[in-house]
Design a protein around this ligand. Sequence first.
Ligand code: DHB
Length: 327
Amino acid sequence: MDIRTQIGNVLFDTPIMNASGPSCTSKQELFNILFSESAAIVTKSCTLESRTGNDKPRYWHNNKLSINSMGLPNNGYKYYVDVLKHMSYFSRTKPYIMSIAGMNCKDNIEIINCINSTIHLEKVHFDVGIEINLSCPNIINKGQLAYDFSAMDFYLSKLFTECLHDKIKIIGIKLPPYFELHHFKIVADIIKKYPINFVTTINSIGNGLVIDIEKEAPVIAPKEGIGGIGGSVVKQTALSNVYNFSKQFIHTDIKIIGCGGVENGSDVFEYILAGAAAVQVGTQFYREGCHCFKRIRQELINLMKKKKYNEISEFYSKLYLNDVFDE
Ligand code: DHB
């Protein structure tokens, strides 16, 4: 059974990796992911300087969903570049994908230039990628860039003109969910103008509200209880975003990483059918820890065996559409 997958020139042993967000902020957590069965290490989104994030409680989940308004707590990008250097001393390797969420374009250019020169100077012997986060919903008084199409286009053009990225193997962008079908073409046409290898879809559904009936209050504190929703309740929206983007990228090399409510092997199978080359696990990774990568991988293999598939390409992006009959 071969479940390897490829994005740009980077090979992944399995299509299942962690999502940026849960349990990927500290060096210890990132090393735990290195030694797990996750296909890659994706870091917490980082900024120029370290941040403590929003007030607590700022995360809550049950068995259907999660809500978070973390507010980008992270150790600052230099910390994640140091982790990358430290990983160069280990023989066990896997792709290291730094999620970056600078507060403005200039910050991201500085972060990308530093990652690029580090790979060059330190002779890093594994693949390094970046996932540019254009969709954080939780920064007070700051909207999601990816919902402002002309601003996103301007931002990407500035970024790609001014940063050096020749040593970075793959560049992706993390998008929020879209709900209007005509938006997929608008966003895809912008993405196609730049050297982008992958799109991660979806970030949490922004600005949800979860209420605790006992307390008659929101379950989290920041932003009057408003936060990004993840978990199985967002899966159908995420699958549709994967499917709609995959149609837009059909004659390109741009790959899709599906994210949203991945909990088991059949979820991964659905994402691959809809057009995802890989998936990320967020809420379920938070619940279960690193063991989820091994379990979900085995469940995917079992399902493929049952369906007599030997490799992912046999069902990748092969969703059958129903014949339409006149009533
Ligand atoms: C945070 C949440 C996000 O959905 C994201 O993409 C980046 C950061 C946060 O609140 O920390």
